[in-house]
Design a protein around this ligand. Sequence first.
Ligand code: IDP
Length: 138
Amino acid sequence: MTERTLVLAKPDAVARGLVGEIIRRIEAKGLTIVALDLRTATEEVAAGHYAEHDSKPFYGSLIEFITSGPLVAAVVEGPRAIAAWRQLAGGTDPVDKATPGTIRGDFALETQNNLVHGSDSPESAAREIALWFPGLEG
Ligand code: IDP
């Protein structure tokens, strides 16, 4: 069954020149990019995106980080795309959780600046795609 997921190459990925590597891995896995855009997230979109974390101690820093510069937002499609992309991304903490061979495991050191985002469920994907690419959810 084909799914869609919301992918972000966060501002650290753009600043470090890792967008090509990230897109290469998405395509190599067999997933399809159906939308792709370089943009700087507004405070409003950032707050909507990370609403579930608004009571966490790192929330303010996270919003500052995600709005700090251009990022690449994408909608990625394929069979089990949500789980497939999270497998490519690796665990949230790039050292303790992400394994070598994943994007975070190979290229990141810090939990906040962990290069990429992927929706964690079909409900999150629908909500996040509607937020970043209105009209493409589903
Ligand atoms: P995920 O991105 O792997 O789904 P979430 O727990 O949903 O992880 O957290 C969202 C983002 O918030 C993470 O990708 C990371 O950038 C940041 N984050 C999560 N936990 C921490 C933390 O303990 N300190 C700083 N930043 C964090």
